[in-house]
Design a protein around this ligand. Structure first.
Ligand code: IFM
Length: 441
């Protein structure tokens, strides 16, 4: 049996990722707070409530765990609605809280990677039409210009916007996110305005901090034509991937946004990416169906043989991860994995998911790809948007009644990986023996 060491490059960032609204608690001044109060929008009528109680300081406990678990980085976000609760009015106490949090994170030995916008908007932005309003991009830049100089001594890795395409599709196509619309023209406008916001924020950050690494986090959905022999399945797969996977990122390369029926030239977007942040979870099979006009003539389903997560939300498809990395590579910048993980309250699937995905990651690095870090989603169970507390993505579990943290077995598996900067042979043999066979071949 071959005992190849599947190691990662020196200085590789090993961490976990969180987002403000999902962990802080008592976030009452953003559009998600309003959404949570609206009947029928959140599974079981649940609310983010105290979430993981980070705003009262429990980030210390979770990130102390992260360090003990062997991690050396953490991706978190700050909440625009706390920093600028009213237009142009800055909340100095909240800004100080974030400074203290970031100082504490660094003191613990974690490199922070900071997201400036992770799905939530201040209520006043929402009331002015959210990102449908072109002025939102400038208002976003004003917030960035305020906060970056204050945090620049603590942070040099920035994510402008998390998963802009998920924000667009969920808020303006499927309607699961606020404002709950199904309006492709509005979706296009939001995409355009987010591109403007990103591009201007990129330049604003670099004006303050020339050495900064600035990017956005892209949720890449791998897609396969369901029937290889049937050209319409290939066509619909290409169409879907162009709008979901490529539209935003390609505009940063060539300055031309193409989305559904609309096009616009955005030259200022060109070159506004120092790295590609990849969030990868799963892969769909896509079938053309003339009867599914509502879902743009497509049907999506997971491979019937794939291992499915607790709520059937994710299929373990590590080869799709490789597809996402190959896709990311074409942008010619270093790659960071800014999210990857699975909902699994019993931790029965996570060990296999983790090992098989990190195996693909290590192979990609070995083949020459410049990949510099991996942030697992998530450190601790947190408020999973419209699915609320039904989906548990944490390495650590959370009892939302008592705030008790529950150590899942995957913590130890991830610990060994982070501290050895490698995929240990014993972990592969134990949790993904099929890979051992591959390695022996
Ligand atoms: O929880 C989310 C996160 O906010 C964005 N990416 C996907 C995660 C899991 O659904």
């Amino acid at each position: 049996m071959k005992q190849e060491t599947l190691s990662f490059p020196k200085g590789f960032l090993w961490g976990s990722a969180t987002a403000s609204h999902q962990v802080e608690g008592n976030n009452t001044n953003n559009n998600w707070f309003l959404w949570e109060q609206t009947p029928g929008k959140i599974t079981g009528g649940a609310r983010s409530g105290l979430a993981c109680d980070w705003w009262n300081g429990r980030w210390k406990e979770d990130l102390q765990h992260a360090v003990e678990d062997g991690q050396n980085a953490h991706r978190l976000s700050i909440e625009w609605s706390r920093i600028e609760p009213q237009p142009g009015k800055w909340d100095e106490a909240s800004i100080q809280t974030y400074r203290e949090m970031l100082k504490g994170i660094i003191k613990l030995g974690l490199k922070p990677m900071l997201t400036l916008h992770h799905f939530t908007d201040p209520i006043w932005i929402y009331e002015k039409g959210g990102w449908e309003n072109k002025e939102t991009s400038d208002r976003f830049v004003r917030y960035v210009e305020k906060i970056v100089p204050i945090l620049q001594d603590l942070v040099d890795m920035w994510i402008t916007i998390n998963e802009p395409t998920v924000y667009v599709f969920s808020g303006y196509m499927s309607g699961e996110f606020p404002p709950g619309k199904s309006d492709p023209k509005a979706a296009f406008q939001v995409m355009r305005n987010m591109l403007l916001g990103h591009s201007r924020a990129y330049r604003a950050i670099h004006r303050t901090q020339p050495q900064a690494m600035v990017g956005f986090a892209k949720n890449y959905r791998a897609m396969l034509p369901a029937r290889k022999w049937f050209p319409p399945d290939h066509w619909i797969r290409t169409f879907s991937s162009n709008s979901f996977n490529n539209a935003f990122a390609d505009t940063l390369m060539h300055g031309k946004l193409k989305f559904a029926l609309w096009k616009e030239s955005i030259p200022e977007a060109i070159g506004t990416q120092d790295y590609m942040g990849v969030n990868y979870y799963t892969r769909d099979n896509i079938k053309f169906n003339v009867l599914s006009a509502k879902s743009i003539f497509q049907e999506r389903f997971f491979d019937p043989d794939a291992e499915l997560s607790e709520n059937g939300f994710i299929a373990t498809e590590p080869v799709g991860f490789t597809e996402s990395l190959q896709w990311a590579q074409r942008y010619g910048v270093p790659i960071y994995i800014t999210e990857n993980g699975v909902e699994d309250s019993h931790d029965t699937m996570r060990p296999h998911y983790l090992i098989t995905h990190l195996y693909q990651l290590q192979k990609a690095i070995q083949s020459g790809m410049d990949i510099r870090g991996y942030m697992h989603w998530s450190q601790v169970d947190n408020f999973e948007w419209e699915r609320a507390w039904t989906q548990r993505f944490g390495l650590w579990g959370l009892n939302i009644e008592t705030q008790e943290r529950i150590r899942r077995p995957s913590v130890d598996i991830y610990h060994d990986i982070c501290t050895q900067n490698a995929l240990p042979a014993e972990s592969i043999a134990r949790f993904a023996p099929e890979l051992q066979q591959k390695m022996d071949e």
